[in-house]
Structure formats: C-alpha cells, structure tokens
Design a protein around this ligand. Structure first.
Ligand code: PGA
Length: 260
C-alpha cells in the first residue's frame, strides 16, 4: 500500500486525477470504477479540466459506479446517477452507453446485482477503482461487519452513514436506509485502487485503514490485502497516522528507487 500525504484538498485531488490520467494514457479503453461523495469532487473537477485543456480523452472509457441509494430514481437530485451526471459525465466525452451505475429502482435486486457483477467481468474487470472512505471506515456502502469477500448486493446503511449523509437531504428521515453496493470482494478484484480522504473527520478511519488490523469493522482496511492500492490524503486526514514520517520518506525516495 502506498500512502501519499498532500498539504491540502486541492493538491490531493490533483494527485489522484494524475493517477487516473496515467491509466488512461497507457490504456485509452480503460475501465474506471467511480465513486460519489464530497471527497472525489475535486478529483472530478481536475479530470474535467484535463479533458478540456489537455484533451484527456474518455471516448473509449467504460465506467462502473460503486453504489446507489435504493428507492431514488436517477433524476432525484440526491441520487448517485444525478451526482455523476452533474459533476462529471456531462463534462467529459464518455459515451452514455459506456456508463454503468447500479439501479436504485430495479424490481429484482438479486438479479440486478448478479447482472452488474457479470457486466464488470464482461468488460475484463475494473482497471482503476476510485474510492472515498466513510467516517466509519466503509468503502462504497460496505458498512462495518460487511464480509471482506462480499459482492454487489443490497446493504442496510449504518446509523453513522445516515447521520453523515443527512446533510444532503432536507430531513434525516429522507436518507434512504438501503443501498445497492459493490462488495469488498468486488472492489479488491480491481487491478488498481486509489482512495482519497480529506478532513479531520476521516483521520481515525484512515489510521485504522492503514495501520490497524484487517477487519470487517473497518472495511477500508481490506485495502491492505490489495497488491496495488494508493491512499492519498490531505494533512488533516493524516493526523492519526503513527508512521507518517516513513510514508513521507518512501515518497521522497521514490524517484531514485530502482525500477521494478
Ligand atoms: P464523503 O463520503 O466523501 O462525502 O465524505 C465518503 C464515503 O462515504 O465514501
């Protein structure tokens, strides 16, 4: 696992966008795993800028989003369909037919979840999965005690997540209780992972993810099992890390390291 600490949200977002751009430059038809939430917004803005100013091309890219609230139609302003369209898809040149987001309104969730898993496999798997992290340590909506080998499925949100996300809804009661989410196992199957975390509210979850035991109580800790995971944080999200000096030492020494 690589840990990179940036001074602020903006440089964290730019660094994450560069990782995405590198993947697209080596594989123009890459399959990208997308995440929602306030944290990846800066990363999406930077990708849009790279698209507009440096012709970063998404015309052959396929995307799979991590999750969606159950019960919210795609046009609902708090749905993840709406979020992705508003903040990213409408600003770049990904063909609409290449965009995949779990449905929050299917009549048969088990069948839909299986279809979603099959579709990811049909495209050869996800090349780079973008991730945020919940204050309870979740990735996607894999709440504490989710199996670390879980696949795409219906999930009940934790009270913490409902509280955290209530800021986007008029009333706490309006936050959906269920979501459809890729599983931890689905995420670990991606070839490369990049997790972004910003702000004091994430410091504890980030410390547990990087330096704690691998546990379903903090599903992001499963990243320790992945061969190519990068965690990019800002200063505040890094405040709980005990080995920070070492991560900075590794990062500083990286340009001179023998190429593998
Ligand atoms: P946030 O959400 O970026 O809005 O904090 C992160 C998450 O829950 O994955």
């Amino acid at each position: 696992m690589e840990v990179i600490i940036h001074r602020d949200y903006q440089s964290m977002s730019k660094a994450a966008a560069l990782l995405v751009a590198e993947v697209l430059n080596t594989k123009p038809n890459a399959v990208l795993g997308m995440a929602t939430g306030s944290t990846p917004l800066g990363l999406y803005q930077e990708l849009v800028r790279l698209h507009k100013e440096q012709q970063l091309d998404f015309s052959r890219v396929t995307t799979f989003n991590l999750d969606e609230y159950v019960g919210l139609p795609a046009r609902h302003p708090q749905s993840y369909h709406y979020f992705m369209h508003e903040h990213f898809f409408q600003h770049v040149n990904i063909p609409p037919q290449n965009i995949n987001i779990p449905s929050g309104t299917t009549s048969n969730y088990p069948a839909f979840c299986q279809w979603y898993e099959n579709r990811i496999a049909e495209f050869g798997g996800i090349d780079l999965q973008i991730l945020g992290i919940g204050s309870d340590g979740h990735i996607a909506f894999n709440e504490p005690t989710s199996s670390l080998s879980s696949r795409t499925r219906l999930k009940t949100l934790s009270k913490q997540t409902i509280d955290d996300n209530a800021r986007f809804f008029d009333r706490r009661e309006d936050v959906p209780v269920y979501a459809i989410t890729m599983g931890v196992g689905t995420i670990l199957d991606a070839k490369k992972l990049v997790l972004v975390a910003s702000g004091k509210g994430k410091a504890r979850a980030i410390a547990q993810t990087i330096e704690g035991p691998v546990t379903s109580m903090v599903t992001a800790s499963a990243l320790q099992l992945h061969r190519d995971a990068t965690i990019i944080t800002d200063e505040e999200a890094a405040t709980g890390l005990k080995m920070r000096d070492y991560y900075e030492f590794i990062y500083a020494a990286k340009p001179a390291a023998p190429k593998s």
